[in-house]
Write a protein that binds this ligand. Structure first.
Ligand SMILES: *Cc1c(COP(=O)(O)O)cnc(C)c1O
Length: 448
């Protein structure tokens, strides 16, 4: 294998990393992950790190899990990939059956793709096509919630509202409008300041006037991940569903982040008694092993796309690696393991341990301004010590903390000057304690 110096050089010369200012990336020490086991990753130098962001929110049962590995290798020995365009395969058929049976009432169809942005883009296009086929082509606007993140393709950027991330492209966006977020602050099961009234009133007032031009509303239910784990009050999602039904617009739930145990449930909509028109899944769907996404679709929308070829109702959309058999195989095993983890109460216990540890071990730290946490998703806002000046943007303090944390055995990812902590579902009590202790040590070393 090429040594670290060689890898660094190739990476610096050729790689362009997502969401990275490459000028600073190339100045920072590089880390090449070589292998993983459970919640841990090892770099090419043999150093071990706790994967505190579940490899960007995808990993459910840890790295290198023998059962998930076996699901993939069993499929690999049969066939690695064959197209889903006009053909099927056993794992996709079974996964479609399992997901549609598990999902809320009426979500009878599954459209596979290979990433979260695509899962949302497919829902948006289908909603648009549906209204056209119903003779209501003026219904084409998309409603999103402020701070929403649904991906980086043109359609999903417009549906979302990620400020500086996407602003530059706004002239290319499709017609969209965003309503304000509710307020809510939860840590360790304690909910404070929950208030949906302003958010819902603004939305209702808008829909009274504009509903005839609206195709759909898309929202990340319960927690907006990329906005910094922005939480919604209990009952908020149900109220959104009620408004969508009242004004006859499609409800698209982006559960790309929150599903598959992240908040303690298989699907958030199920826990909240909500039946959307579209349910979008990716990230944890395939346990963080192989790219896979799915859009679950209400039967009425599917039926509106049926007809003779010449009726021109076909949904023209597809991706080359749609429904990859190894992805479907690992997703099936993931679903089976998740149901067991929830049924035995283990996941709920881990969530409690996590919330309790954050609250007890971190919330009093002088460099932590604020923590919110729901499920296994936490936002830790950092601040200068009392009396110290504010951090300049270009100091990149959030990133400096994450670089320093590597020396203490943590792989962390910042959001500005905050940290997002999203561990695998199987993180143990000892690992949670390690995370908190090493984070405190890092903050003490890097910020005081
Ligand atoms: C990550 C994410 C997406 C985009 O998924 P990709 O696979 O990165 O395209 C969409 N919505 C939410 C809520 C996400 O967290």
């Amino acid at each position: 294998m090429p040594d670290k110096t060689q890898l660094d050089q190739w990476d610096q010369q050729h790689a362009w990393h997502p969401f990275s200012q490459m000028q600073e990336y190339c100045d920072w020490p590089q880390l090449h992950v070589e292998r993983g086991k459970g919640c841990w990753l090892w770099d090419t130098e043999g150093n071990r790190y706790l994967d505190t962001n579940a490899s960007v929110w995808t990993n459910t049962f840890g790295h290198n899990d023998s059962e998930l590995n076996a699901a993939i290798t069993d499929q690999l020995e049969k066939v690695a990939h064959s197209t889903y365009l006009g053909l099927s395969h056993p794992k996709a058929a079974e996964l479609g059956h399992r997901l549609c049976t598990a999902a809320p009432e009426g979500l009878e169809r599954i459209f596979f793709s290979d990433n979260g942005s695509n899962a949302i883009e497919i829902a948006l296009k289908l909603s648009y096509q549906y209204w056209q086929s119903k003779g209501r082509p003026e219904r084409k606007r998309v409603i999103g919630m402020q701070g929403g993140y649904h991906g980086d393709t043109i359609g999903t950027m417009a549906a979302g509202n990620s400020g500086r991330f996407h602003e530059r492209f706004s002239e290319w966006f499709l017609d969209s409008w965003h309503f304000p977020v509710p307020t809510c602050h939860e840590l360790n099961g304690e909910v404070l300041g929950a208030d949906s009234s302003h958010s819902l009133e603004v939305l209702d007032t808008y829909l009274q006037k504009e509903a005839a031009h609206v195709a759909c509303l898309v929202i990340e239910p319960s927690v907006q991940g990329a906005a910094g784990m922005q939480q919604q009050p209990p009952g908020f999602l149900k109220a959104i569903e009620t408004l969508c039904r009242k004004y006859d617009i499609h409800l698209i739930l982006d559960e790309v982040f929150v599903a598959f145990g992240r908040l303690g449930h298989r699907f958030v909509c199920q826990a909240e008694g909500v039946a959307p028109d579209f349910l979008c899944l990716a990230k944890g769907l395939s346990a963080g092993y192989i790219p896979l996404a799915a859009t679950l679709i209400q039967k009425e929308i599917y039926q509106a796309c049926l007809g003779k070829w010449s009726d021109n109702r076909t949904f023209f959309h597809g991706h080359t690696f749609t429904a990859n058999p190894m992805g479907c195989a690992v997703a099936l095993k993931n679903l089976e393991k998740l149901d067991a983890l929830i049924a035995c109460g283990e996941l709920q216990k881990t969530i409690q341990t996590f919330g309790c540890a954050l609250s007890e071990q971190l919330s009093d730290h002088p460099n932590i301004a604020h923590i919110r946490q729901r499920g296994l998703a936490a936002f830790v806002e950092l601040c200068p010590s009392k009396g110290e000046p504010a951090w300049p943007t270009d100091a990149r303090t959030g990133w400096q903390v994450c670089l320093a944390a590597r020396k203490n055995g943590l792989i962390l990812r910042p959001l500005g000057d905050a940290l997002l902590i999203v561990p695998p579902l199987i993180i143990s009590k000892d690992e949670i304690n390690f995370l908190c202790q090493q984070l405190v040590k890092t903050l003490d070393e890097a910020l005081s």
